[in-house]
Design a protein around this ligand. Structure first.
Ligand SMILES: *[C@@H]1O[C@H](CO)[C@@H](O)[C@H](O)[C@H]1NC(C)=O
Length: 81
């Protein structure tokens, strides 16, 4: 009886640790303002093979690492960090 209780507790602790480490990982991601950069024509990202992407709402913070935001007139707005 007592040993099964310890097992459950250990399992619970393991779960908390797993969830906790996931949480820390996601907390590591940037917290970005949710505004939409105006006049963005398209975006390219190294992770998508520099394909032209047309995100509905993007800004320089939300853009992934290495992603480039281009204005509608084709000039570079910024590169994601
Ligand atoms: C595009 O627009 C930006 C912002 O108005 C301007 O600074 C830039 O010179 C323009 N680029 C071209 C190629 O027209």
């Amino acid at each position: 009886m007592a040993s099964s209780k310890v097992g459950v507790l250990t399992l619970l602790l393991l779960c908390v640790l797993l969830v906790g480490s996931n949480y820390v990982e996601s907390a590591d991601a940037k917290i970005c303002p949710q505004f939409c950069e105006p006049n963005i024509g398209y975006m390219t990202c190294p992770s998508t093979g520099h394909k032209k992407l047309y995100p509905k709402c993007i800004n320089c913070c939300k853009a992934g690492k290495g992603c480039k935001l281009y204005r509608k007139n084709g000039s570079l707005r910024c590169t994601g960090t």
